[in-house]
Design a protein around this ligand. Structure first.
Ligand SMILES: Nc1ncnc2c1ncn2[C@@H]1O[C@H](COP(=O)(O)OP(=O)(O)O)[C@@H](O)[C@H]1O
Ligand SMILES: [Mg+2]
Length: 350
């Protein structure tokens, strides 16, 4: 209607349909605009990959059909090019920044530039949709950006088991021959997703992996047993992924806990530090202070990899009793695949 459109801020936990729904709505808007001969453009980018102001602008240019060289142009030049080209189109442009928290962390300036672009445009209008899985992200935003980005807010709440059931039923009608899924399979996948903060991705993955397991096994039907197995496969993969991505010092602490648990029943922060120091000497890592190692232990606790329970507050500071909560086999697998830490398993005693 010609007025400046609001920017929209969308948030909710993972798998609640933010990305899927936003894309769907945009393509519907585009259809409708076309059928009524209205100017409408949009650009979707995932800020995990598009994470500098240069990349954002390059992407925007490409999406309205202007070529920019990969490198070499000054940012202001690209900005100007985009602005002029957009103004020539005399259009409404919606810029979707999915996982916008990633962009903000690496280049808050990009967001600032984008939220101010309307005041530079003459005949076109730009509206920004920022999406994030991080429900606390808004609080960390620079107030100037926050007020502009969240002119309107949409919260995506977790899917209920019933809604997940609908999504899975719809998908499976397309993906599977009739009668392949045994009764109860979809219900189980939906129930698991609902427990995992209403995560549709989790439910869909579960169904997909269950079907793959059945196929690999030469079974004619997908049963609840396949779903249970799939659940184990997925959980195992998530644990391995989390452990593999830990920084080396945290991994060394984890290794100390792993080795300590093999020796005694109740391992304490003091024990961990002792073994950790030996590991560091053997693989030539800097030895951090007890305090820093305490922080890393807390991080492992927060990630749910260990539990650390305070047992005394003696002169030496707080001592905690530590337990690994993830399967030892998986911890070992990850540590053995680390080229530095794997050496420790070749040492006779530590
Ligand atoms: N309402 C829905 N109907 C059909 N599929 C959906 C729906 N919501 C989510 N999905 C599917 O669930 C998965 C996760 O959704 P997604 O939009 O990526 O979540 P988010 O972006 O909130 O993390 C995707 O595969 C998506 O296609
Ligand atoms: Mg998403």
């Amino acid at each position: 209607r010609g007025g400046a459109p609001s920017n929209i801020f969308i948030y909710g936990t993972t798998g609640t349909g933010k990305t899927a729904v936003t894309k769907q709505v945009l393509s519907k808007l585009k259809e409708r605009a076309e059928s009524r001969d209205l100017a409408f453009k949009y650009s979707y980018m995932n800020c995990q990959h598009v994470d500098t102001k240069y990349r954002v602008l390059t992407q925007l240019c490409e999406d309205i059909g202007i070529d920019v060289p990969f490198t070499g142009l000054h940012f202001d030049v690209i900005y100007q090019k985009f602005k002029e080209a957009l103004d020539d189109l005399d259009t409404l442009h919606v810029t979707v920044l999915d996982e916008v928290d990633m962009l903000y962390k690496k280049s808050s300036e990009s967001l600032y530039v984008l939220t101010r672009m309307n005041s530079d445009l003459e005949s076109s209008k730009i509206s920004i949709i920022g999406i994030t899985n991080d429900v606390n992200f808004k609080e960390t935003l620079d107030p100037r950006i926050r007020s502009s980005l969240s002119e309107e807010e949409i919260v995506f709440s977790p899917y209920t088991a019933e809604q997940l059931n609908d999504i899975l039923t719809q998908r499976s009608d397309v993906a599977f021959h009739k009668g392949i899924l045994e009764f109860g399979v979809i219900n189980l996948c939906s129930a698991v997703g609902a427990q995992q903060h209403g995560d549709a991705r989790r439910s869909l993955d579960l169904l997909r992996v269950a079907a793959e397991l059945a196929e690999r096994n030469g079974d004619e039907k997908v049963t609840e047993i396949h779903v249970r197995k799939a659940q184990q496969v997925i959980e195992r993969n998530t644990v391995i992924e989390v452990l593999t991505s830990l920084p080396i010092q945290t991994k060394a602490v984890l290794q100390a806990i792993f080795m300590g648990e093999g020796k005694t029943e109740a391992i304490t922060t003091g024990d961990v530090y002792e073994i950790y120091s030996k590991i560091c000497k053997l693989v030539r890592l800097d030895i951090l202070t007890t305090r820093r190692v305490g922080d890393l232990i807390n991080e492992l606790d927060m990630l749910g990899i260990i539990t650390a329970q305070v047992i005394s507050k003696g002169r030496g500071g707080r001592s905690k009793r530590i337990h690994l909560t993830v399967p030892h086999r998986q911890v070992r697998e990850v540590l053995e695949s680390d080229f530095r830490l794997s050496k420790i398993f070749e040492v006779d005693s530590i």
